[in-house]
Design a protein around this ligand. Structure first.
Ligand code: SF4
Ligand code: SF4
Ligand code: SF4
Ligand code: FES
Length: 967
């Protein structure tokens, strides 16, 4: 008799310890978390499993395959198909193994003649109402119904199609990415449960009863329903009922490669399922540390941009931005760029050049760009798009807790009792994590939201915020002080934690400050716009609700006091002892895929990789020795400085990799003026983006499907990006930077992205233990990863803070200078939506445009009525920086006095109106507060009309036709 023992670790860890992280086997039901072990016998094999494990899971763990259809290990057991029946000694009947838990000493039989009969009979009923078109079905060979028919030995179907059946049920093809063919549905409910349990959207139901039962997406079709196209139902469906249209078109995939989504900071793991060089579908990897098999519309479906006709795959150069582009060889383009950089540095001095990298780049790409700038250009003029998003996080967390990163894993939220979301919109910006958060909320965790706008989380199916602090844009710091006031004055401080873990003097200074009457909710409520009693109640809940975790986003950082607010958040967590264990912590939700990683890799002018200041002698010597070049100890230029210096005439050349500063940075006119003032702008990107329209050299970039490297997500998780197809442009992006370096006389000898990571590891203590080999073994690693933590660090600051003692900072509220006036009486605030990503360059070139064809301006009914604005009207939005025109959407999601828009389409010109106000510490733009006036108009703004002409001309210069951006 075999004797097999399994631990109770969570499924992904469990499977990792048992085989490897990429085990995709379906164990039928989820793993149990119990510590109690149970031993039973299944088909003469003795097996020990945690209490609460189903007999089905125990059987599969023992290597016995029990037939199943309605069960899958990502969902709670349901027990509807009856295919998994077993016999248990001493019990009557034939219980379903998926819904029957193990018990000590049970003797189970999974294979008997009687069971075989029952299963065949069940399958026969299913098949008798199922089209017998297996040979021509798109999922032939990849269908659980087909597999089970084979597994139970079904050879004939006695009932025929004469009676009532569903074979003529109408297909729903409305969703651009997947199709629903009810004639193939076995009503197993896996899709409905996936939508509820995994995604938390509750878009599907089983309507009708008995024979009339059918899956329904509400009153209309999938596209018009509540469905958010996450794909969970498609992934869960065991038949060809819910199926990707790409599979119908191209057939089932032949091989797969595990890689990481290139969109948001959740960092979902996917299997790119391929046929030759063609991606057939992206399937969420169930062992992904960040996503556990879940996905959102972007990662799951929006990868078509990789082969979009707009992609530029040949290098191009030109002397003047009003010239046509000349297509040239890689050598010619690289040599031209190198000669221009040399010419400009000789003529204007070293500081006349710089580089910008992007959070869309891999760690390895960012590393080589900053190395090129520091070691080859000889300056520290390198910056990244984190400048305009999370630079205050880097600054604020470094000051208070000693490390510029979130403190937790995403899974930590499952142990939170109170979840405090500040200035973040997870269901749109971080959808897969939002689903996990909603799951915890459905289990009973409390929710506090601080946001000027009614985001989806405020009220969604089975989730309702306990407090929505609907503050006025720009008053975050007043709110955090008022919350601190309540905690201090009502005796809610965790003094034991503070005494043991924090700098007492800094705490006393903060405590005495927030305790001042000027910081009481009653005094500040007028400023914040939230009733004092709500602030008090939220503070009490946060401080007394056991494990309280803070999740925040750009609504915190993109303010003139962004860094102050980040420090205020850290103060709050420390004062209440909510840091250093699971379920708590300070968690910045990073917008783009590699914001964390690009900052880790030294993309800011003042810091080497690992956040070490360029003026630190020992660190500089380390890099000088490794790179063999003298390095500057002068913190270089930030993006705004580069732009200002360009206008002043002292900054002349820019190497911009993967970033589109014209669309994403504030005050577009200022950015374009700066670019026009430069003599050589080199852009490396997939498309002729808005910045490339001002460029002299264009290096075509590679998509994440065409290169190797790593991304680091919001939980410090380094995940592998694997090349699944040959780069259409002929080079991976790090190779382009290395070639430029070689042409400038500084050879970079890397053969593969892994060599770059090896160099990072050798020079960066927090990455010391990271290598591609280890990533292959573990799947992903959360840094710090070193001799002390060879497998990485899921939760940080457990025994002490990285800086030793946590430090409190006094956070005095200083109102922004961007004030409403009679001329500009409204506040514009910006954000993003689920279907689009950042500047939209990728998602606008997919079918995601069906959900968001244009940026709209949301305006409260009261403000709209005052101005005579109706739904769909053109409205002009004017600020002191500029003017643009968008269609109006009347909505009570925004409060009176506030309007809201997204910035996914370049022609919207959202940043034509944002100003250059910025965070005092980091220059992160104050995107969330712009004073504006809104009026009804009848035509586009002057900027938009000029933009249209200019962009059409620029596209024509590439030899492509100017066309609407669509898939
Ligand atoms: S659509 Fe698929 S998952 Fe949903 S009930 Fe039908 S067969 Fe099951
Ligand atoms: S795609 Fe996602 S949201 Fe839409 S029905 Fe399926 S599970 Fe629900
Ligand atoms: S966009 Fe974000 S949440 Fe969506 S699949 Fe990609 S990493 Fe996951
Ligand atoms: S798999 Fe157990 S009842 Fe369907």
């Amino acid at each position: 008799m075999d004797d097999i023992k399994y631990s109770n670790t969570p499924q992904h860890d469990h499977e990792h310890s048992r085989t490897s992280y990429d085990d995709q086997k379906d164990y039928g039901t989820p793993a149990s978390q119990s510590d109690v072990q149970i031993t039973l016998t299944i088909d003469d094999r003795e097996i020990t499993v945690p209490e609460g494990t189903s007999i089905m899971r125990a059987s599969i763990l023992a290597g016995i395959n029990v037939p199943k259809l309605c069960a899958t290990d990502s969902l709670e057991p349901f027990g509807s198909c009856r295919l998994c029946v077993v016999e248990i000694e001493g019990r009557r009947g034939f219980p379903a193994s998926c819904t029957t838990p193990v018990a000590e000493g049970l003797i189970v039989r999974t294979q008997t003649p009687k069971l075989a009969d029952i299963r065949r009979g069940t399958m026969e009923l299913y098949i008798s109402d199922h089209p017998l078109d297996c040979l021509t079905c798109a999922t032939n060979g990849d269908c659980e119904l087909q597999d089970m028919a084979g597994a139970v030995g079904l050879r004939e179907v006695r009932y025929g199609y004469e009676g009532e059946n569903h074979l003529k049920a109408e297909k729903d093809e409305s969703n651009p990415y997947f199709s629903f063919d009810p004639s193939k549905c076995i009503v197993c409910s896996r899709c409905v449960r996936a939508c509820e349990e995994t995604q938390g959207t509750f878009a599907l139901t089983i309507s009708g009863r008995g024979f009339d039962s059918k899956v329904s997406a509400g009153i209309s079709n999938f596209l018009d329903s509540e469905c958010v196209s996450c794909g969970a139902c498609v992934q869960a469906c065991p038949t060809a009922t819910l199926i990707e249209k790409t599979v119908i078109e191209h057939g089932v995939p032949e091989h797969s490669v595990t890689t990481t989504c290139a969109y948001c900071g959740v960092g979902c793991s996917f299997d790119a399922e391929m046929k030759g060089e063609e991606v057939i579908r992206m399937v969420a990897n169930k062992n992904g540390g960040a996503n556990h098999g879940h996905s959102c519309i972007k990662g799951r479906f929006a990868w078509g941009y990789a082969t979009h006709k707009d992609r530029i795959t040949t290098p191009m150069i030109r002397k003047n931005i009003h010239d046509e582009w000349q297509q040239v060889s890689w050598d010619e383009a690289i040599n031209y760029a190198a000669s221009e950089i040399q010419r400009i540095q000789t003529k204007y001095g070293k500081d006349a050049v710089g580089g910008i990298t992007s959070s869309r780049c891999t760690n390895e790409e960012v590393y080589v760009v900053q190395k090129l700038v520091r070691a080859v250009f000889g300056v520290n003029n390198v910056d990244t798009c984190a400048r305009v998003c999370h630079s205050p996080t880097g600054y604020g967390l470094k000051q208070t807790i000693g490390e510029s990163a979130g403190t937790q894993t995403f899974d930590s939220v499952m142990k939170s009792d109170v979840i405090f979301v500040i200035g973040a919109n997870p269901t749109d910006g971080h959808p897969v994590f939002a689903s996990q958060m909603k799951r915890r909320l459905r289990e009973g965790a409390k929710l506090i939201i601080a946001d000027p706008r009614v985001i989806d989380l405020v009220s969604s199916p089975h989730v309702k915020a306990d407090y929505h602090l609907k503050l006025r844009p720009g008053t975050n710091v007043a709110l955090i002080s008022a919350l601190g006031h309540v905690i201090v004055t009502e005796g809610l401080v965790d003094e034991v934690f503070v005494k043991e873990r924090c700098e007492w003097d800094s705490f006393v200074a903060w405590r005495d400050f927030v305790a001042l009457n000027q910081n009481s909710p009653e005094v500040l409520s007028l400023v914040i716009g939230v009733p004092a009693e709500d602030i008090r109640a939220a503070a009490r809940l946060f401080a007394t609700g056991r494990n309280a975790a803070i999740y925040y986003g750009l609504g915190v950082t993109e303010h003139s006091q962004g860094s102050t607010m980040v420090m205020g958040i850290a103060n709050l967590a420390m004062a209440t002892g909510n840091i250093g264990r699971e379920g708590v912590g300070v968690n910045p939700l990073r917008g783009q895929n590699n914001v964390q990683g690009s900052c880790d890799m030294g993309s800011m002018p003042h810091e080497y990789p690992g956040y070490r200041h360029v003026s630190d002698e020992a660190t500089r010597k380390l890099f000088e020795a490794a790179w063999g070049r003298p390095l500057s100890n002068d913190p270089g230029l930030r993006i705004p400085n580069m732009l200002d210096n360009a206008i002043d005439g002292s900054f002349k050349a820019l190497y911009c990799v993967g970033e589109d500063i014209v669309q994403s940075d504030p005050n577009t006119q200022h950015v374009t003026h700066a670019l026009e003032s430069m003599e050589c702008v080199i852009v490396q990107d997939l498309f002729l983006n808005e910045t490339a329209m001002f460029a002299h050299v264009f290096f075509p970039g590679a998509t994440f499907l065409e290169k190797s490297g790593t991304f680091t997500n919001a939980e410090r998780r380094i995940s592998p990006v694997r090349r699944v197809m040959t780069p259409k442009n002929g080079k991976e992006d790090w190779e382009v930077t290395a070639a430029l370096s070689n042409a400038l006389g500084y050879p970079m000898h890397y053969k593969h992205a892994s060599d770059i990571m090896d160099e990072v590891a050798s020079l960066t203590p927090t990455f010391k233990g990271v290598s591609f080999k280890k990533l292959d073994e573990l799947g992903s690693i959360q840094w710090p990863c070193n001799d002390k933590q060879p497998l990485g660090t899921p939760t940080m600051h457990i025994d002490e803070f990285v800086r030793g003692k946590g430090k409190f900072f006094v956070t005095e509220y200083v109102p922004t200078t961007e004030k409403v006036t009679p001329k500009y009486p409204l506040i514009l605030t910006t954000g993003r939506i689920l279907s689009q990503y950042n500047v939209g360059a990728q998602t606008r070139r997919t079918k995601n445009v069906e959900w968001h064809k244009e940026d709209l301006v949301e305006i409260h009914p009261h403000d709209a009525e005052e101005r005579g604005i109706k739904e769909g009207d053109w409205v002009g939005i004017a600020s002191r920086a500029g003017e643009t025109v968008l269609h109006a959407k009347i909505s009570e999601r925004v409060q009176p006095g506030v309007i809201y828009t997204t910035f996914h389409h370049p022609e919207s010109g959202a940043n034509v109106i944002t100003t250059e106000n910025s965070d005092w510490a980091t220059n992160c733009p104050e995107f969330k507060v712009t004073a504006v006036q809104v009026t009804r108009v009848s035509q586009l703004s002057e900027w938009q009309r000029n933009y249209q002409t200019f962009s059409e001309e620029q596209i024509a210069f590439t030899g492509k036709k100017p066309e609407a951006s669509e898939a």
